[in-house]
Design a protein around this ligand. Structure first.
Ligand SMILES: [Zn+2]
Length: 71
């Protein structure tokens, strides 16, 4: 699967801020939340972080921050 790096609204590179597109200001530009929130809801935070790392190219630290920001 290709990594998710482009905003689904404006198609520009999202960068490190995963919750809001820095170009168009739309929320959840990669469509990650519906994938990640159920894992967090089930208490599977480590799995959630792993999934974000897998789907994006922002690395472990940013992925963890992202999961924390959804909790
Ligand atoms: Zn955008």
């Amino acid at each position: 699967m290709d990594k998710l790096t482009a905003c689904r609204f404006c198609q520009k590179e999202v960068g490190y801020e995963l919750r809001t597109c820095r170009h168009c200001g739309e929320k959840d530009p990669l469509g990650l939340e519906e994938e990640i929130r159920p894992l967090i809801a089930k208490g599977q935070r480590i799995e959630a972080v792993r999934r974000v790392v897998e789907l994006t190219k922002v690395g472990l630290k940013r992925s963890k921050d992202y999961v924390d920001s959804l909790s």
